[in-house]
Design a binder for this molecule. Sequence first.
Ligand code: NDP
Length: 473
Amino acid sequence: MSDYGLIINGEKVPTEDGFPVINPATEEVVGQCPFATRDQLDRAVRAASEAFIDWSRVADAERAAACGRIADALTAHAEELASLLTREQGKPLNGLGSRFELGGAAAWAGHTGTLALPDVVIQDDETARVVQTRKPVGVVGSITPWNWPLLIAVWHIVPAIRTGNTVVIKPSPYTPLSTLRMVEIMNEVLPPGVLNCVTGEDELGQWMTEHPYIQKIIFTGSINTGKKVMGSSAKSLKRLTLELGGNDAGIILDDVDPAAVAPGIIAGAFLNNGQTCAALKRLYVHDSIYDDMCAKLVEAASNVKMGNGLEEDTMQGPIQNKMQYDKVVGLFEDAVAHGGRVLCGGRIPDGPGYFMPYTLVADVSDGMRIVDEEQFGPLLPIIRYTDLDDAIRRANGLETGLGGSVWSADVERGAEIAARLECGTAWVNSHGGIAPNVPFGGVKCSGIGVEFGEEGLKEYTTIQVLNVSKAAA
Ligand code: NDP
């Protein structure tokens, strides 16, 4: 028996088996997570299918109001959820940590409630009335990662139910407990079956992507897993939104003041300890300002209090899990072995906890693992360039295309260059900012579809045309 339960049809369902969830700051067990069987997944999907019959037909205003109630519930339980999130995810309570994530989740839920997809009258004359409507797709399967577990869950859940779908969500086994509790709280303001949560390891995600009664999968995670999701979803031609990894480049032009831009670059690179899909992960700096830029970046990345996120003055937590920690350390060691110059950080403290300070590595180049592979941690390679066209070519040279940025004293010049980046969002003089009314998604292997705003809402619907002939029957 585990401490937490699955949430199926509005009820907390205990499971026979469970597995421990580890606090990455202490390596202690936070709690036992329930292990769902295939039969329990089927029950959750059945509950969602049955709830869909009524939920897809309730008045649009009621579904909008439900989003508002979710926002209020998140606000009311913010402190409890933030504390649990910090214990299982590792991020600090303060700064852009757990309290920020809960604030963002409530804001996103509230804003999504205000969005609408009204009918479009295409033709209305003496021969016919032709109206394009948006209908929910059915049961949505949501598969979430461990970096922003609650915010990403809200990004999946709220637009789905706003448009009349019902949901079965499966959080990452690294950070499942806060999602289980959040879904339990949301169920207090939703009809039973509209939102269900299953947890487990191994094959649960794959079962969802193959499930004949799930009509759409929204997935946020790695590119490799995204490809698997797409493959197994093909069997039943599911609708898909895939938000996958990035390896975002930032290009620093020769006209910037390094001291002025350094704090923004560090913020864009190390948001959530670098464990953010659209964090700045490769920094291309013009040769004429390279050394000065490196010095100012070191200043901006220094004196950040690293530790257990439950301590109020902590500003940087651990890397979320041992697998990711080993990966980031491996990329760092490979860079050093190939001539990378460590500007700061890199000194890995002894355990417990998966800690690594903000680490800047200079004199690295394309073709090295630290540049070509997504680090997803507090590690930033700084690459020298002389020719701008060459820097743009290198920035566009990978399979990823989530975000990118250009930094310049001349914003028009910056915008012209940013438009040449092959990515879903191109920022000028900032990196990584998102908003609930601005579409966000990747190109190339960074994903399919967008989230947020009306464009994001459309992804949870299919078009139905209502064609009413006015000729005599
Ligand atoms: P994954 O992409 O493997 O996992 C994300 C989610 O997908 C989890 O809930 C996982 O659950 C589930 N999953 C795994 N395999 C399948 C499958 N075949 N079918 C359906 N669902 C599946 O991310 P990892 O946690 O393994 O992290 C690996 C790398 O991914 C990181 O190093 C980072 O580079 C990147 N990443 C990117 C994120 C982003 O926001 N774009 C977020 C997290 C990671 P389970 O493990 O139980 O199968």
